[in-house]
Ligand binder design. Structure first.
Ligand SMILES: O=C(O)CCC(=O)C(=O)O
Length: 320
């Protein structure tokens, strides 16, 4: 697989030039940009969580123990209770470098993942774990995804693959193919994919419509990465709040300010649970998204997408 092109944060034209490149290619890949000490704090939290789960032993902070719990889905969801990513983005060197890229302060959408991907089983012959476009699940919330490697990730360990330029091809998920609606394998030719290697300090920032996939981990170590989603402070933001009502025709969201917003529900509306799974209809969502769920929704007349957040993101939202 060919490599991603590396961007230069000090390019002539600054954030304007980076924006041009982001629009054309659908991504920006920076090497060694993020503050190493801030990355190390995040990584320490992963290592502690992986040891707690006996996926890492005390002798190594990368080498997998061989345990493969059947309920482990490559995500360290317990870290959502600790505000790990919020502390990371609040650290001044991280905030200032992201502000320089964006030409404005970042505004964070609390849709984040802490991934610890185990080596594949020998019988797993895939190269890609799951090709998808984030906006298929979250709707057009208008964000950039930040994919942040936390350990050395060579081609054996896999990492993240993108299909540069293909963010302009619209939705590639096969909407005629329920229940998973995958991107058909021929929709993104094998030759279109580009990847790392990656090191701690690198940053991949990509468009919400970019087809991307984790690659299968063929090393003997655990792949650690974090993905975050941000906008510019000056962008129109989606609605963040508490779901207080949902029926066939509308949903009600209470904002942090205690003010309520009512949004129409129509046949295009869908819901999605932050920790994965398919899109849900309003009827399905009513059973798994009880009143009190923290959600983020598009700011449209008829809502197209509502994402239920991890419940521990509630208190942290005041952080923004
Ligand atoms: O890290 C991975 O394995 C995949 C990352 C991903 O799908 C994402 O950042 O949306």
């Amino acid at each position: 697989m060919q490599f991603l092109d590396v961007a230069n944060i000090d390019v002539v034209g600054g954030s304007w030039a980076l924006d041009e490149r982001f629009s054309a290619d659908g991504y920006l890949f920076f090497r060694g940009l993020l503050d190493k000490a801030s990355i190390a704090l995040v990584r320490d939290a992963y290592v502690a969580a992986l040891r707690q789960r006996q996926l890492l032993g005390l002798d190594s902070d990368t080498h997998w123990t061989g345990n493969r719990p059947s309920d482990y889905k490559s995500r360290l969801n317990e870290l959502h209770n600790d505000g790990v990513w919020q502390r990371f983005v609040a650290s001044p060197p991280v905030n200032s470098v992201l502000t320089k890229i964006l030409g404005d302060e970042p505004w964070w959408i609390p849709v984040s993942e802490y991934r610890g991907v185990l080596p594949a089983e020998g019988s797993d012959v895939r190269s890609h774990l799951y090709a998808h476009q984030d906006s298929y699940f979250t709707g057009k919330l208008g964000f950039r995804t930040l994919w942040i490697p936390l350990n050395e990730i060579d081609d054996r360990m896999g990492g993240l693959a993108l299909a540069p330029g293909m963010h302009k091809r619209g939705l590639l998920h096969d909407i005629a193919n329920p229940p998973s609606y995958n991107i058909p394998s021929d929709a993104v030719p094998e030759s279109a994919w580009r990847a790392g290697p990656y090191s701690p300090g690198d940053l991949v920032m990509f468009h919400q419509d970019m087809p991307h996939s984790g690659l299968v981990n063929r090393s003997d170590g655990i792949r650690m990465s974090m993905d975050l989603r941000c906008q510019r402070k000056s962008d129109p933001h989606p609605i963040l709040g508490t779901l207080t009502g949902l029926n066939q025709n509308e949903l009600t969201i209470q904002l942090n300010s205690a003010e309520s917003v009512r949004l129409a529900v129509d046949e295009t509306t869908y819901f999605w649970n932050f920790d994965g799974g398919p899109r849900l209809t309003p009827e399905e969502a009513a059973t798994v998204m009880p009143p009190g769920s923290q959600i983020v929704a598009e700011r449209n007349g008829a809502v197209a997408a509502v994402v239920r957040l991890n419940s521990s993101e509630r208190a942290r939202r005041s952080f923004q």
